[in-house]
Design a protein around this ligand. Structure first.
Ligand code: S3P
Length: 471
């Protein structure tokens, strides 16, 4: 696709449902004792892969619209019985959250189940979940298990016991990961007794909040979380049977930073999820001097929300981002680099190690792409530190520069917004943008609505339809 620098961004952006909450809500609904109505579901490729896995297990799902679902859970022990029925292959495509959380949900499975995904997913580390799951008694192995290397997907469950009896554990997570924490909390529901997890750094707490909504026995004390499990007698259900998913702050982030770096901008984003374990980007941008107003704050389903009004009025200054703060903006790293490039002084980010294990190595892919636009960085991978220098206007403008998103949805959307940096090439051509569908299916529609001008030249099925609709 080719994107031209937009002169100005104005209007309101509609953000789809939160990806993390969409995955979690359908998984908890699948083991709930009562039917659950879910609204605001994200109909992205990642979350649809999790939904299809739930249907393959044998849970009845009725889709009223792309964003509204009824899931007929019949309780934890019924779910475990369904798992014992036949061998299955579950394909999670690009979804790390899908495969890692589902591995917790399948912890007491009997029989053979294979969990797999696309090339990017099968390259991501899985030992972080297989090691603690095996400690709980789960018979799970990733590819390369025998060689004692890092394990990867496909993951194989292979238990002959029905259902597998699990032991609760006390586990200190070696890395800050909400996916690992959530996987183990879900597995903990199937282990009789108390499973306790200790996080090195606080990460997103959606699973904890949602488990409270579903009536699970969960306690939290700073970075220590305990869950009381009972595979036979535990009952989970929402009080009113309805889970409303808030809109995804991580998707809004592209337009927030886009508006801040544009020549002129005034954007409104309504009813967006503002869970403090997700909004590190907002904290950092406000510290940099950004003009962002937060109004109409409220709560939906134990999750804070609010409206954001963003203008490009203020100049940004450079900041330091600590590892603790980075954990609260882990998915916003690619788009944050653009704000840092527009700042008047250098920005330092520490604790970047985990970013190598996302849908792509996000430090590498972003540094490479932005360097092609003239950006200057100091990267110290050993110390886990990145310094970003203010972007200087190039002496000579080039017509078009070709950037590679490495099939990473968040990198693709960040490089799209890089067209607003100004000064660099007149047009930006981005390769491999299809995966934007995994988290933000209406991204191009929204971009067009607020003032972007672009041309989608893609030969693949789904994206071609989009081109016809938009141009
Ligand atoms: C997620 C946790 C984070 C995040 C991912 C979604 C979740 O991954 O990057 O996009 O929904 O729990 P890690 O747990 O690998 O940090």
């Amino acid at each position: 696709m080719v994107v031209e620098p937009a002169e100005a961004l104005f209007g309101e952006v509609d953000i789809p449902g939160d990806k993390s909450l969409s995955h979690r809500s359908i998984m908890l609904a699948a083991i709930s004792d009562k039917p659950t109505y879910i609204s605001g579901f994200l109909p992205g490729l990642d979350t649809l892969a999790s939904l299809s896995a739930i249907e393959q297990i044998g849970i009845s799902v009725q889709q009223k619209s792309g964003t509204e679902l009824y899931i007929q859970g019949q309780g934890l022990s019924h779910f475990t019985q369904l798992l014992a029925q036949k061998n299955r292959v579950l394909d999670f495509h690009n979804a790390g959250t899908g495969i890692r959380l589902f591995s917790g949900l399948l912890a007491s499975a009997c029989g053979q189940i294979k969990l797999t995904g696309d090339a990017s997913l099968c390259a991501r580390p899985m030992k972080r979940i297989t090691v603690p799951l095996r400690q709980m008694g789960v018979d799970i192995r990733g590819a390369f298990f025998e060689h004692n290397q890092e394990e990867r997907a496909p993951l194989f469950f292979n238990s002959s016991k029905s259902p597998t009896k699990l032991t609760p554990i006390h586990y200190v997570l070696p890395q800050a990961s909400a996916q690992v924490k959530s996987c183990l909390l879900l597995a903990g529901l199937f282990a009789k007794g108390e499973t306790t997890l200790v996080e090195p750094i606080q990460t997103r707490d959606h699973t904890e909040r949602m488990l409270v909504e579903f009536g699970a026995k969960i306690k939290k004390q700073e970075k220590k979380i305990s869950i009381e499990g009972d595979p036979l007698y535990q009952k989970l259900a929402l009080k009113n049977g309805h889970y409303e998913i808030v809109r995804d702050f991580s998707s809004a982030a592209f337009f927030i930073v886009g508006a801040l770096i544009a020549k002129k901008a005034e954007l409104l984003i309504r009813k967006i999820g503002l869970n403090p374990s997700r909004t590190g980007l907002l904290t950092v941008l406000l510290k940099m001097g950004a003009d962002i107003k937060i109004i109409n704050t409220d709560f939906i389903q134990n999750e804070p929300i609010g409206d954001l009004m963003i203008t490009s009025k203020n100049k940004l200054t450079g900041v330091s981002v600590s590892p603790e703060m980075l954990a609260l903006m882990i998915d916003e790293f690619p788009i944050f680099l653009l704000a840092a490039l527009k700042a008047t002084g250098p920005t330092i980010i520490e604790g970047i190690e985990e970013l190598a294990y996302k849908e792509s190595n996000r430090v590498e892919t972003m540094v490479k792409g932005l360097s092609q636009l003239g950006a200057k960085f100091d990267l110290n991978s050993i110390e886990g530190k990145l310094i970003i220098y203010p972007l200087k206007k190039p002496e000579r403008e080039t017509e078009t520069v070709v950037l590679d998103s490495a099939k990473d949805h968040r990198v693709a959307m960040s490089l799209f917004m890089a067209s607003l940096l100004g000064g660099a090439p007149v047009k930006i051509q981005i390769q491999a943008i299809e995966n934007i569908e995994t988290s933000f299916p209406n991204f191009f529609e929204q971009a067009k609505k607020v003032g972007f001008c672009f041309n989608l030249i893609i030969n693949q099925g789904g994206a071609k339809c989009r081109q016809e609709r938009l141009l």
